[in-house]
Design a protein around this ligand. Structure first.
Ligand code: GLN
Length: 261
């Protein structure tokens, strides 16, 4: 009798009627994913980011903090899940999402047509631009046209990288972090740096040897990326963004993180 019961249970497990202790993440609409269950505890949802992008994400000791992290926490809260943050190189984020190693990307990531081929984006949550940074004593680079044939520092795989590659004769030097590009600017190893406006302001506020030119190279919008087809998660993110805007929480965050303006 026992044997028969065992056999029936085994068959049921095989055809997937009975779980094997692993609860599947129900925020994912498709395939394998990073979210995992911790033995009946709160499920984990994984945010991928590159914590080199203040004030959206930056490290303070062991912790990753910032504007994006606060939004991500709200998303996790809404889903009743625990937020885990994976800090990695910016150009590794989309592959990690596609491989199911992370559930979403919150990394000041700009929506582009090319990226839309590979990921789905939430509604936009921040308008940004690419700006040019030079040393304070530089009076030859005054605008984009002066970047021709120059050595330009960028952050690898970003829209600033793409923009710089399009400048005639420019030699583009790719860094893993915007901060490293700024250091090389200061040391005279590059002539200019192309970076997102907010991190640029952040670096400039702490460094009196650099200045930001008063021209915007692009107009961009940041959004949160999810794996293609994961409509359930993207819908949850969009409703969190909307709730945060309606409740005034979004404005509070702007005040908290963008006081330098
Ligand atoms: N907004 C830029 C991009 O999407 C840079 C983002 C970043 O470096 N975190 O490419």
């Amino acid at each position: 009798m026992k044997k028969l019961l065992c056999l029936i249970i085994s068959i049921m497990m095989l055809i997937g009627l009975v779980g094997c202790g692993q609860s599947k993440d129900n925020t994912q609409a498709n395939g394998e994913n990073a979210a995992q269950s911790d033995g009946g505890e709160k499920k984990v949802i994984v945010m991928g980011t590159n914590a080199e992008f203040p004030p959206f994400e930056y490290r303070e000791g062991d912790e990753v903090l910032g504007f994006d992290v606060e939004i991500a926490k709200k998303v996790a809260e809404k889903l009743g899940m625990e937020l885990q943050i994976e800090d990695m190189m910016f150009d590794g984020l989309i592959p990690a999402l596609q491989a199911g190693k992370i559930d979403f990307i919150a990394a000041g990531m700009s929506v582009t047509e090319e990226r839309k081929q590979n990921v789905d984006f939430s509604n936009g949550y921040y308008e940004a631009s690419q700006v040019i940074i030079v040393t304070k004593d530089n009076d030859t680079i005054k605008g984009p046209e002066d970047l021709k044939n120059k050595k330009i520092g960028v952050q690898l795989g970003t829209t600033g990288d793409t923009e710089a590659q399009n400048i005639e004769g420019a030699e583009v030097v790719q860094f893993n972090a915007g901060f490293a590009a700024i250091m090389d600017l200061q040391n005279g190893k590059v002539d200019a740096v192309v970076l997102d406006s907010e991190p640029a302001k952040n670096f400039a506020a702490q460094n009196d040897q650099i200045k930001i030119l008063d021209v915007e190279l692009t107009q961009e919008e940041y959004a949160i990326a999810v794996k293609k087809g994961n409509t359930e998660l993207v819908d949850a993110i969009n409703s969190v963004l909307e709730e945060m805007k309606n409740s005034g929480e979004y404005d509070e965050l702007v005040k908290k993180y963008f006081t330098a303006e």
